[in-house]
Write a protein that binds this ligand. Structure first.
Ligand SMILES: Nc1ncnc2c1ncn2[C@@H]1O[C@H](COP(=O)(O)OP(=O)(O)O)[C@@H](O)[C@H]1O
Ligand SMILES: CC(C)(COP(=O)(O)O)[C@@H](O)C(=O)NCCC(=O)O
Ligand SMILES: [K+]
Length: 258
C-alpha cells in the first residue's frame, strides 16, 4: 500500500491507497518540530482504527515546508522500510517538465495539482488551490505547468487585518448577507468575501485573455465550496485533487529505476 503525504503551510494531510483504491485520509496541523516517532504514534493509531495493521511499502511526500521533509524521510525509512519519493527532488520525475524561469523552485503542491488536473480534465486548465496561500496553476495543452498566480490566502488576509489594525477583531470567513456591512465584523467579512470573489474572477479573466483560449477552472482546498455557492467561478471542485496527483506521480515513477 502507498502512503501519500501532502504537507502544506497550515495542515499536513496523509492518505492511504491500495493500488488505485483510496482507503483513508487523515489531517494534522503542520509542525516542523514533530519527529518521525511522533508521526508514527499518531498514524499507527489511526491506521489500527481503520483495520490497517501493516502493508505500507511506499511513501510519496509533497511539502511546501522544506524543514519537515527530514522527519518524514525518517518516518518512511524507520517505520515503512522504504525510501520516500519527494516531489520536487530530481529522483521524482514529472510527466512533463514545468516551463518557468530557470532556477525557479515551483511549489511541489502546485506541480502535483497540475498532474492531477491534467489527468482528469486534460490541458488548458487553471487549478485554484485555497490553502495558506491561494494559488492559480496554469496547465498547458501538453500538461506542463507554465506558471500562475500566488495570492494571500483567505484566512491569512483575515489574520493580517486583525494583527495589524488595533481595532479589528479576529473574524471567521463566511458569505455575508449584504455587501454593505453595518458593523465592523460584517464590514470585514464583506471585504474578504467579495474581495475574494473579485480576485478569482479577475485573475481567471486575465489568464484567459493572456492565453487567448477557453480554459476550465478546477478548484480545490477546504474553502473552495464557500466561493462556489451561487457563483459561476469553477467548472469543478475536487477536494482530493492533491492526493490523486500524488498517487499518479508515485505510479508514474515506478516505471523508472531508482
Ligand atoms: N472547510 C473549511 N472551512 C473553513 N476554513 C477552512 C476549511 N478548510 C480549510 N480551512 C482553512 O483554510 C486554510 C488553509 O488550509 P489548508 O488547505 O489545509 O492549507 P495548506 O494546504 O496551506 O496547509 C487554513 O487556515 C484552514 O484552517
Ligand atoms: C505558494 C505556496 C506557499 C502555497 O503553499 P500552501 O498554501 O499550500 O501551503 C507554495 O506552493 C510555495 O511555497 N511555492 C513556492 C513558490 C512557487 O510555487 O512559485
Ligand atoms: K495545499
Amino acid at each position: 500500500m502507498l502512503l501519500c503525504i501532502d504537507c502544506g503551510n497550515t495542515n499536513t494531510v496523509f492518505s492511504i491507497w491500495d493500488g488505485e483504491d483510496f482507503i483513508s485520509t487523515w489531517r494534522m496541523e503542520t509542525n516542523h518540530k514533530r519527529t518521525a516517532d511522533e508521526y508514527y504514534v499518531w498514524l499507527s493509531g489511526l491506521m489500527r482504527l481503520q483495520g490497517i495493521e501493516d502493508g505500507i511499502n511506499s511513501v510519496i511526500v509533497s511539502s511546501t515546508v522544506p524543514r519537515v521533509v527530514f522527519n518524514l524521510r525518517v518516518l518512511a525509512n524507520r517505520y515503512f522500510n522504504c525510501r520516500p519519493l519527494v516531489v520536487g527532488k530530481p529522483e521524482c520525475r514529472l510527466p512533463v517538465d514545468p516551463r518557468v524561469d530557470p532556477g525557479t523552485g515551483v511549489g511541489p503542491d502546485r506541480l502535483v495539482n497540475t498532474v492531477a488536473g491534467f489527468d482528469r480534465h486534460g490541458g488548458d486548465i487553471i487549478v485554484v488551490d485555497f490553502g495558506t496561500a491561494t494559488t492559480f496553476d496554469v496547465v498547458a495543452r501538453d500538461g506542463a505547468y507554465i506558471g500562475g498566480v500566488i495570492a494571500p490566502g483567505v484566512n491569512l488576509s483575515l489574520e493580517a487585518l486583525h494583527a495589524s489594525a488595533a481595532a479589528l477583531p479576529h473574524v471567521d470567513v463566511t458569505m455575508p448577507e449584504k455587501s454593505i456591512g453595518t458593523n465592523t465584523v460584517a464590514c470585514i467579512q464583506s471585504g474578504v468575501f467579495w474581495g475574494y470573489i473579485g480576485l478569482v474572477e479577475g485573475v481567471v479573466r486575465q489568464i484567459r485573455l493572456e492565453r487567448d483560449r477557453p480554459m476550465k477552472v478546477i478548484a480545490t482546498g477546504g474553502l473552495a465550496e464557500l466561493f462556489s455557492q451561487g457563483f459561476d467561478l469553477f467548472d469543478s471542485i475536487e477536494y482530493d485533487l492533491t492526493m490523486h496527483g500524488l498517487r499518479l506521480l508515485h505510479d508514474f515513477n515506478k516505471d523508472f529505476p531508482a
